[in-house]
Design a protein around this ligand. Structure first.
Ligand code: TYM
Length: 370
């Protein structure tokens, strides 16, 4: 059993972490809550070329988070990539592709912590420790597990089942307050909260309960050819995806041939998933309300609208593609950036792990070490 003193110190520490996230302040005579600098964490898979959904739903938020994060921590999750069939020889390259893409999009290693998951072993240790408070039943209900396990009939890996617990460990290892993600990760972030709460209730206040940050616009970009499914690298047709590093011409063409619905009105409606998606895309690109897009293109027909969306998407991604081409060849520089990030990440995660181990009674009794 832990000493009463240790328990108290730990719960004071946990309260301190929680308090740091939001500081009330008086402004103009009104008591308002201003977000203080919060700790931000998010992860992205290295496999699969990054697409417009990743960019609008997540990567743009990572860049913005650098100014608010204390720190903002971004992880390329190579261990997650092993939960489905993959090519081990290509995996290191994919990590460099993703690193270069994130840097090209605006991440700066001096303003955030950018690292490769497998370089910080605390993630896997914490995954095991947290599995002691992860309910089996909850894991069976994860949408992504259900989808992916149905797709891969040949071998449903245990790592696919445990995947959400590793995600939980990724975030809780840093006592992050905020998790910027697209809509498809909502359920996983809810699991993080449940597991953090259960851990604290079982072993004493140790972990921060994080919150998702799902953007109001662009959180669920749909496939251009099958607008009833989200844009994803597992799509059946390449034409349905805009890759971040697509050439301008390819982007224009993909948007020109995007599936639209019967009729010709540019407005959102449940029976118009194709046009609704394009309106959402343009709204997210501009940071404008979808209604203003509907008004602007009212009566103009689908053709002119699709051309406009193509041009604006291509223009948004052009600087990222150009910078990516400059950064990608220098693997030594990419490796150096990742290694420096891992060192900073480890410094934070090792503290949390020490507290989690003590809370769970793993390792020597704290008092025997003196
Ligand atoms: P991943 O690599 O599939 O996706 C990276 C981010 O892109 C978002 N995203 C989308 N947003 C809008 N529309 C889309 N069509 C779209 N497709 C993808 C995702 O929501 C995600 O934010 N399991 C995670 C990686 C991960 C993670 C974490 C995330 C591992 N550990 C800890 C947050 C915190 C994944 O596979 O994302």
């Amino acid at each position: 059993m832990l000493h009463q003193y240790d328990r108290r110190a730990r719960s004071q520490r946990a309260r301190r972490y929680a308090r740091r996230s939001y500081a009330p302040a008086h402004a103009g005579g009104l008591l308002r809550t201003i977000p203080a600098r919060v700790r931000i964490f998010s992860g992205i898979q290295p496999t699969g070329r990054k697409h417009l959904g990743n960019y609008l739903g997540a990567i743009r938020q990572y860049v913005e988070g650098q100014d608010r994060g204390d720190p903002a921590i971004y992880c390329i999750v190579d261990l997650h990539a092993t939960s489905v069939a993959y090519d081990p020889r290509a995996l290191p390259d994919y990590v460099y592709d993703t690193t270069a893409m994130l840097l090209a999009a605006g991440l700066e290693p001096e303003r955030c912590v950018l690292f490769r998951q497998s370089d910080v072993r605390e993630h896997t240790e914490l995954c095991w420790l947290l599995s002691a408070v992860a309910a089996y039943g909850d894991l069976t209900r994860m949408h992504q597990f259900k989808d992916k396990s149905e797709r891969d009939r040949e071998l449903v890996r245990t790592s696919l089942f445990l995947y959400p617990v590793l995600m939980v460990a990724d975030v809780l290892a840093y006592r992050a307050h905020e998790v910027p993600v697209g809509e498809d990760q909502r359920q996983h972030v809810e699991l993080m909260r449940d597991i953090a709460l259960r851990f604290n209730a079982t072993f004493g206040e140790t972990l921060v309960v994080p919150e998702h940050r799902i953007p109001a616009l662009g959180a669920r970009i749909m496939d251009l050819q099958q607008p009833d499914r989200k844009m994803s690298t597992t799509a059946s047709e390449q034409r349905g995806l805009v890759y971040i590093d697509d050439e301008q011409r390819a982007i224009h063409k993909k948007l020109k041939s995007a599936v639209t619905d019967s009729g010709s009105e540019v407005r959102r409606a449940p029976d118009k998933p194709g046009v609704s998606n394009l309106i959402d895309v343009l709204a997210a690109v501009r940071g404008a309300a979808p209604e203003t897009i509907e008004e602007e293109f009212a009566g103009g027909g689908y053709g002119a609208f699709k051309t406009a969306v193509g041009e604006e998407v291509a223009e948004l991604l052009r600087p990222v593609r150009e910078r990516y081409a400059e950064l990608r060849p220098d693997e030594a520089a990419l490796e150096q950036a990742l290694a420096a990030g891992a060192q900073r990440a480890r410094a934070i995660a090792s503290h949390t792990l020490a507290d989690v181990r003590t809370a769970m009674g793993i390792g020597p009794r704290a008092s025997s070490l003196h």
